[in-house]
Design a protein around this ligand. Structure first.
Ligand code: NAD
Length: 381
């Protein structure tokens, strides 16, 4: 039977992206599956209804998509009211935030839904084309620098003019993962003097290959799967003591440090912000996870001790067209694993599908989500 892939207009605050763009809808139609879209789903991302293939079905109302979809694809995609309207055996695919409010998955499983989390796709070479953490982080890294450049009371490049010579801005990027490296590359393109810092030694070469300097603070913290681990209290102190000396020469600080499944590591204290030059700017990409900087508040742009501190939320949504295109390609590559010569099939032998399934057969199956649920239940008893 022909499967119907549905997608909706996103409802989360500030969300402008769409899960499927015209190019990916066409690819799904070419497989022989049907696509059902809520009217204006792509409008905020720059894709009006008329940009989508005519062969696709444009629903009349949101409910029609929810009732008609065998597979619901979303940017976020786990709104309880939406899930309640879906067919019992529906499949849900999206960035479902597996580390928060795990009760949602218990409820979805109880209603027979199979939920795939785009965030939990294993970060293996085969899964790179589906890696939304990378695609969306790279958008956020780029936009963080533009935000800083807009707010900074100075130029980024060196300028030689009749009114004198302007020195280039000095930009420090903490965290040289996907977002951090993109931020360094973007700041370099704007002509700034760029320095990068990370606790994983393999990033030294990556930072230098962008033409940026590497700041060595003498702390190494490699954890599992090539990620950073949380620092010990002594390491944190050493990092802060050494970083303090450098901060007084920084005009723009972009922080992107993260440890998977944990709150953002607190690297910059309020005291350290006081030592920065008046007029300097901090963009803290860790804001939603509690902030890499003590004064950061998610969603707030404020001045603290003469320093502008910006804690953006959902930054990749603000570059909605390209972020949607990248996200939709990631989703399409995952959907391709569910295509067996035109038949929609969930092959549980596939390590990518098995690795990103949160619920299956009425149960929560992902170990990280199960652990969080058990810890929560343990806390209640
Ligand atoms: P992330 O968003 O989890 O973290 C961002 C950066 O913060 C990381 O580089 C981390 O080392 C750094 N960090 C953490 N704590 C810190 C601290 N206290 N001080 C300074 N820096 C700190 O990471 P990410 O960008 O998603 O990816 C990081 C790693 O994953 C890289 O090794 C990357 O190459 C790898 N990766 C692999 C694949 C793949 O194979 N498919 C895809 C993407 C990324």
């Amino acid at each position: 039977m022909t499967k119907t892939i549905g997608f909706l207009k996103e409802t989360a605050k500030g969300e402008q992206r769409v899960a499927l763009v015209p190019e990916t809808v066409q690819k799904i139609l070419d497989v022989g599956w049907q696509v059902l879209m809520e009217p204006d789903a792509g409008e905020m991302a720059g894709f009006p209804n008329s940009a989508y293939p005519e062969m696709m079905q444009l629903a009349k109302r949101r409910e029609d998509v929810l009732h008609g979809a065998d597979v619901l694809v979303g940017v976020h995609a786990l709104d309880a009211a939406d899930v309640a309207e879906l067919r019992d055996d529906a499949v849900v695919i999206g960035m479902v935030s597996p580390y928060t409010n795990q009760q949602r998955f218990v409820d979805a499983a109880a209603k027979g839904k199979t939920v795939f989390s785009m965030e939990l796709i294993p970060r293996t070479t085969r899964a790179q084309a589906m890696d939304v953490l990378s695609s969306q982080a790279s958008v956020a890294g780029y936009k963080a620098v533009l935000l800083a450049a807009t707010e900074a009371p100075r130029f980024f490049p060196m300028l030689t003019t009749a009114a004198g010579t302007i020195r280039p801005a000095s930009v420090l990027v903490i965290g040289a993962g996907v977002a951090g490296l993109q931020a360094m590359a973007t700041a370099k393109r704007l002509g700034a003097n760029v320095t990068g810092y990370d606790v994983r030694p393999e990033t030294i070469e990556q930072v230098k290959s962008l033409g940026a300097k590497f700041l060595d603070l003498g702390v190494e913290a490699v954890g599992e799967g090539g990620y950073a681990r949380a620092l010990t209290d002594e390491e944190k102190q050493q990092q802060q003591d050494n970083l303090k000396k450098h901060l007084s020469s920084v005009d723009v600080l972009i922080t992107t440090a993260a440890v998977p499944g944990r709150p953002a590591p607190r690297i910059i204290t309020a005291d350290m912000v006081k030592q920065m030059k008046p007029g300097s700017v901090i963009v803290d990409l860790g804001a939603e996870g509690g902030g890499n900087c003590e004064p950061t508040e998610a969603g707030v742009n404020k001045v603290v001790d003469g320093v502008r501190v910006i804690g953006p939320e959902n930054l990749s949504a603000t570059v909605a067209l390209h972020a949607s295109e990248m996200y939709a390609r990631n989703v399409w590559n995952l959907l391709s694993l569910m295509n067996n010569e035109g038949e929609f099939e969930l092959n549980w032998e596939d390590d990518i599908l098995a690795g990103c399934a949160v619920t299956r057969g009425g149960e929560v199956v992902h170990p990280a989500v199960k652990d969080a649920l058990e810890a929560h239940q343990g806390g209640e008893s």
